[in-house]
Design a protein around this ligand. Sequence first.
Ligand code: UFG
Length: 328
Amino acid sequence: MILVVGGAGYIGSHCVKELVKERSVIVLDNLSTGHFWAIDEKAIFIEGDLRDEKVVEKIFLSYKIDAVMHFAANSLVSESVNNPIKYYENNVAGTLNLLKQMVKHNINNFIFSSTAAVYGIPKENVITEESFTNPINPYGKSKLMIEEMLRDFQSAYGLNYVVFRYFNAAGAHSSKEIGEDHEPETHLIPLILQHLLGKREKIKVFGTDYDTLDGTCIRDYIHVTDIAIAHILGLDALLYKRIDNNIYNLGNGHGYSVKDIIDMCERVTGKKATIEYESRRIGDPARLIASSKKIREQLGWETEYNLNKIIETAWEWHINKNLNKILK
Ligand code: UFG
């Protein structure tokens, strides 16, 4: 049985959809940012907070857990700058509590959601797992602290772990049942699509003077189901002892500028965006592109979704969600 902490959130709920095909799954989520409706009905759901020792302990006493996947975190860069307590409390202290209970109950397999934000402003055009880590905001720092905690837990208690550093997760499940649904929404693709659906007046472009071809920031967009598949591969490798503790980047290896993304959204939807150019957003590196060679070579991971398909699935989900709201 697999415990998925944060299984009601965007990436967690997509991983649960893949996991339930082959395994029994328990989701622990406090529903602070996740949604009850996003949890696959084949999973057992427990509403609770990972900082609550009693809740976590009860799960470990009641079920035979083979591995824990941990997606539950606050993940807004600007919020983390203004409210670091929230990030060190929820992300770092919360994870410490979870890991303490795992050690106590002798549960040794852990899969952790980390982020490209651990690299800060990288020097390389394409980032490998060996690239220097130097996070520039509390969100990235909180994730890097946990990665370091995992190394210490490995050597002291024999915890086995896989860390995935996500680049820009995007897109939606092919069923159109779940997708990216944050409140407030700050991510580029859902903001553009909401605008093209008529739910926002315009789309703002933050910064046109970056050292990139068209002056806007470049990111590596990776489909959320491709991320989920990486978790399945990581889990199998951990459970069947095919890998040691490892860190993997998850990206497509292609960089797209903010303008590229707007163009692609216009093409996919057949609608024209109203754009407003603004100054840079604080803390945005000019370019983040992943090398995911390591996971491709070691775990045989292949991505299925290119940018066009990422935006198509996201658009289908937005339309479907809108339709359901109108029908209700
Ligand atoms: N952007 C705009 N207008 C918007 C929103 C975003 O121009 O309205 C730009 C941003 O400035 C950035 C790009 O679009 O250049 C992508 O922004 P997102 O907010 O969609 O994603 P980020 O790259 O900022 O964030 C992602 C993850 C974070 C993670 C970070 C690592 O969502 O969790 O990558 O750098 F920390």
